[in-house]
Design a binder for this molecule. Sequence first.
Ligand code: SF4
Length: 149
Amino acid sequence: MQLEPEFWKNKSLTEMNDAEWEALCDGCGKCCYQKFVEGRGKRQKLYFTRIACNLLDLNSGKCSDYQNRFKRVEDCTKLTKKNLPDFHWLPATCAYRLLYENKPLFDWHPLISGDEASVARAGIMIAGGVHEKDVIDWFEFVIDEEQNS
Ligand code: SF4
């Protein structure tokens, strides 16, 4: 399937074909870092961490087994046109969230820069990531929401 020129400007999210939908991901990897909720009701708080899914390549921000990720990681969830509204926790830089909120993509997005490395150069990736398998106390690895944005 083809990517139409500047499809992210000319098509709505629902009009995009599968290849265009996939190409929207900038590869930052931020959605592959663990979050957890503590408390209930009004006291409920969402924590962001620098604890990565065990399959995430911490340097490239890419899944090391993309084809088999759903078999290998029980709670890995596919972002789709249908469930996107449930992903309100996606970072503010995420292309899906930006377009969902009618905002433009950043210039460092590979679709605009033409270079996958521009994401890392722009400082978008989470620094100091650790794999979940290497962590005992999750609270030690909590980061500010801004660091996840
Ligand atoms: S946060 Fe958004 S842009 Fe970044 S890897 Fe996840 S889906 Fe892709």
